[in-house]
Design a protein around this ligand. Sequence first.
Ligand SMILES: [Fe+2]
Length: 285
Amino acid sequence: MIRATPLDLTPDNDRIKTLMIDCHCHLLPNIDDGAHDIEMTTQMARAAAASGTRAIICTPHHLNGVYENPARSIRAALSTAREQLAANGIPICLYSGSELHLVPELPDRLFDGTALTYNDRGAAALIELPKATIPLGAEAILEQLVYRNITPVLAHPERNAVLAAHPERIGEWIALGCKVQLTAQSCSGAFGRRLRLVCRRWLELGWVHLIASDAHRPSGRSPATLAAGRNAVAAWLDEDAATLLTETNPQHLLSGEPLLDLPPRQTARGETAGSVWSRVLRLRR
Ligand SMILES: [Fe+2]
């Protein structure tokens, strides 16, 4: 369970109404392309706390061709970051995780403990795809994980060109046992109208289980972007859906419980699925 560290509700923070858990964030210092050093880690944590986040699952890249980051390196960086936040009185709880590139050796790495699941629960793992392709044998690797009772959580599949163009594959992977995590900035429109439309459609179909910042910096790609993504979900669906994706399901990642599904919705403004996809295709041209 999350340690009971209350948010500092000073007058400046009175507007904060949410207690979000950011389940994908590159906050740990000097371990990947996220925070360069412990000072940047501190700035990112302050940005998270000020925007209504109470906990962060730290997810450095693993085996993505640039960074290896075995579990022991992540644990050491996590310990350093926790000490720094405590010393600076920043009310954010940090947990272990990793963004695991989809490679054939991944299932064995998870089982020998070299690669990390969310919060060491052994229940679910964050899986990263390349930006432009789907590796050969991807389904077989995902099936291996499901067979071994590790739920694959797909990191921002809306940003994969193949999946955005062929969303039926997402539906197939969900049927296989995968879950979906969108990037908050894709939902809020910071990454463009086309991605925003894809996110909205997938949310309405009930295909989305989590949103997260995937933050790398104190500003721009910041932990504070999670709040705007949450607001987009609340506006399209409702507050309950936004709470499920930013509080309840991230808490389930921490406790090792199964993630809950969004109920599928009718499309906004009474549009048919065909009309929404026609707009997606027009924007892609
Ligand atoms: Fe990431």
